[in-house]
Design a protein around this ligand. Structure first.
Ligand code: MLZ
Length: 463
């Protein structure tokens, strides 16, 4: 990890205030804790929150109003300050000692006003009564729901099949090592350990990632899988000392079923696809192989090595495959095969004259609008899918249909990535704080010490 945001405590509140930008609301993130409950969380709610501005020995609370929301973070104003915003404070609704109105009474806690306002108001009791009439508060089960939604069906020692980061066309057996906020650290079964027991090859993804599959998936759909090198001994690592359990399909997200009947993707058909190794690029691509259960292997035209090792598996319902002409229609620069020129390239000519192929029928793609609620400029916490251990401060740069172009704050635009609006690898502001995941803050104009910014290495390094 480069900069340590948990030690330094990245301050989303003042960062947003400085930028003047909004955070994407929690309700935009279907997989995020409390997404379904977020309609009940809004500006104007009143809560009971720990009062840290007293010299009293026991924990006391005071009433505050939500004056602004940014993801899971709320800007609170203590009752009594009225229009004075100088004491407002950002707190995380998922972690802070905040409760619905009435919680203190039920739990025999004291409500004590902050010292600064103590003198101004004579009769607190009637002041509060007046302020609280008709006020709305947090749902009573807020924290229970939060805890429920953080539960995860994966544990250390569960075996899965996951993309092999050293060769993206195949999967590889891996074992869950750690789970943080539904994100899994996976260790390849034959990844090897270094001289002092350190893991040589790991992979991070969310439990709902399309790159993750139950044991037996590859064989079932006809995807290639790396044979485990049994000479590699991992048994000294804690994750392998457990009794290993094979994962089973019900632990995984269910994909939309696709009908593979009369017309489906066929080998050789052309399309546009997000380059799995350069997620900011949408390229001219071909269907290379049709697997079972609606999965296809895609290759990027003109740059394929030729042995199929750089093909990538996408499900027919994936956001990452797009019909011919999608980029042009949506004003996205299409990445052409080497030797082609934007001034002269047309899909019609490319299909007929150059390759003698046909385009994948448009209706086979899942490009319909989903009404996701993201707009450009919104801030969020997003996985850098090229280094999927890193969750970074990011901004939505563009929204095109169900696709979002994400920019990583402080990084060059060449690090930008196209993701699906329902990607499980994007999170609301404050998610890292809730789950205990480390957040990568934006890098300043100068790269922080010990973190090189080698843009040239980006292409060569898969994931
Ligand atoms: N070592 C890598 C880190 C990139 C991380 C970017 N995250 C948005 C590099 O400098 O290329």
């Amino acid at each position: 990890f480069g900069q340590d945001a948990t030690l330094a405590g990245f301050d989303w509140g003042s960062y947003l205030e400085k930028s003047g930008l909004l955070a994407a609301p929690v309700s935009c993130f279907r997989h995020a804790p409390l997404c379904a409950q977020w309609d009940d969380i809004y500006v104007g709610l009143k809560v009971e929150v720990l009062n840290t501005h007293t010299a009293l020995p026991s924990k006391v609370y005071w009433i505050a109003t939500v004056v602004q929301l940014a993801g899971y973070k709320a800007l609170l104003r203590h009752e009594g300050f009225e229009d004075d915003d100088s004491h407002d404070l950002w707190c995380n609704l998922g972690t802070a000692d905040v409760h619905p109105i009435g919680w203190c009474a039920v739990n025999s806690k004291l409500l004590v006003p902050p010292q600064e306002v103590h003198q101004h108001i004579k009769d607190w009791k009637s002041y509060l009564m007046e302020r609280l009439v008709g006020a709305h508060t947090l749902p009573v089960d807020f924290h229970v729901k939060m805890a429920d939604s953080l539960r995860c069906p994966f544990r250390q020692g569960v075996r899965v099949e996951v993309v092999d980061r050293s060769q993206v066309s195949r999967t590889r057996l891996a074992v869950v090592d750690t789970v943080v906020g539904g994100r899994l650290r996976l260790l390849y079964e034959d990844g090897g350990l270094g001289p002092s027991g350190e893991v040589l090859s790991d992979f991070w993804c969310h439990m709902q990632s399309p790159l993750l599959h139950p044991v037996g998936w590859s064989e079932r759909v006809g995807h290639s899988i790396k044979e485990t090198d049994t000479s590699v001994n991992m048994s000294s690592h804690p994750a392998f000392r457990k009794v290993l359990h094979n994962s089973v399909p019900h632990q995984f997200r269910k994909l939309r079923t696709v009908y593979m009947g009369d017309t489906f993707f066929e080998e050789g058909m052309k399309l546009e696809a997000i380059d799995p190794l350069n997620l900011g690029n949408i390229c001219v691509a071909s269907v290379r192989k049709v697997l079972l259960d609606g999965y296809i292997m895609v290759g990027i035209d003109g740059v394929e090595i030729g042995d199929g090792s750089d093909w990538f598996c996408y499900h027919a319902s994936s956001h990452a495959i797009l019909p011919v002409g999608y980029c042009e229609n949506n004003d996205i620069p299409l990445t052409l095969p080497p030797g082609y020129d934007h001034a002269t390239f047309t899909w019609t000519k490319y299909l007929e004259e150059e390759t003698g192929t046909v385009a994948v029928p448009r209706r086979l793609f899942n490009t319909g609008d989903v009404g996701h609620g993201f707009t450009s400029g919104m801030k969020l916490e997003a996985v850098d899918l090229m280094e999927p251990r890193l969750v970074c401060v990011a901004t939505v740069r563009r929204c095109v249909g169900r696709l979002l172009l994400l920019h990583f704050d402080g990084w060059e635009p060449e690090f930008d990535q196209w993701v699906d609006c329902q990607s499980p690898e994007i999170y609301p502001v404050g998610w890292c704080e809730i789950t205990g995941y480390q957040l990568q803050p934006p890098i300043g104009p100068e790269p922080p010490q010990g973190q090189e910014r080698s843009h040239t290495s980006k292409k060569a390094k898969p994931f």
